[in-house]
Design a protein around this ligand. Structure first.
Ligand code: SAM
Length: 265
């Protein structure tokens, strides 16, 4: 079955047409029938039609109602497949868990990719892995090391929760319509045991936020809000440093120290 669908900009629709790239994504996922596989934004089914052969009971979540009609007709011979008309940004992913870790896949709409990643981290403990197509620049930020241009809030928060593996660079010509930017596929694997554990993850988010809002300032300046506790933190970390030099483990150490002082004060 073919689809006559005009790509909608507001839904971030850039459909994959490059069969070689599609094949590489499907191989990287390596789905099997027993997987709890969920594709976000199946669109016109470029990846879905391969995945469903490997995992007939997969779930797809698509926002565009017109595409739901198309998908329902196209996959009528897959009675176990679940086709959900919904917004991945507000979907409670724990509803799909049922004791089986989730495997998420998606050529994500670029306009929602960062909030969606943060939303998914909330269910990170239920997720086995995620394979996502994102803007190349976002993939660079996810995997960036301290001291590099791409290193920032996204790098710290994602690396706190996940192992980041950039997999496949994808040029604009692989899509219709072609986006203006380069893309890349990344694998994210939530840590089963986190290498560094923040005693208060909300506080970690807040501290990382504060630090990268003013990345050229010193830590002492960025953390003015916590100036009462900075004397105690000074033994842990040089407050004259810029936040962009701090590792995930440094941010966790600062968070845990402040959390402890706040609790005891
Ligand atoms: N997977 C298809 C492909 O690779 O050709 C389509 C990818 S296209 C970049 C993104 C898809 O996500 C579109 O089908 C779009 O309608 C859908 N979408 C956009 N926002 C969404 C949301 N909030 N929740 C679920 N799907 C969404």
């Amino acid at each position: 079955m073919s689809v006559e669908h005009k790509a909608r900009k507001r839904f971030g629709q850039n459909f994959l047409v490059d069969q070689q790239i599609i094949g590489r994504i499907v191989a990287a996922v390596g789905a099997s029938p027993e997987d709890n596989l969920i594709e976000i934004g199946p669109g016109t089914a470029a990846i879905t039609e391969h995945l469903v052969r490997q995992c007939p009971a997969m779930t797809v979540i698509e926002l565009d109602r017109d595409l739901i009609k198309f998908l329902t007709a196209k996959f009528s011979q897959y009675p176990e497949m679940k086709i959900v008309n919904g917004d991945a940004l507000t979907t409670d992913f724990s509803q799909f868990y049922g004791g089986r870790e989730l495997r998420l896949v998606g050529n994500l709409p670029y306009n929602i990719s960062t909030p969606l990643l943060f939303h998914l981290l909330g269910s990170g403990h239920l997720i086995k892995d995620m394979h996502f197509m994102l803007q190349r620049e976002v993939v660079d930020r996810l995997g960036a090391s301290p001291g590099t241009k791409s290193y920032g809030r996204l790098s710290v928060m994602i690396q706190y929760h996940c192992r980041v593996m950039p997999l496949i660079p994808v040029p604009p010509e692989s899509f219709r319509p072609a986006p203006k930017v380069q893309s890349a596929v990344v694998r994210l694997k939530p840590h089963k045991i986190k290498p560094f554990v923040a005693t208060n993850e909300l506080l970690l988010g807040k501290i990382v936020n504060l630090c990268f809002q003013q990345r050229r300032k010193t830590l002492r300046n960025c953390l003015k809000l916590y100036s009462d506790y900075l004397v105690d933190i000074e033994s842990l970390i040089d407050l004259a440093m810029r936040p962009e030099r701090l590792t995930v483990s440094d941010f966790v150490a600062i968070t845990n120290a402040i959390d402890q002082f706040v609790e005891n004060s």
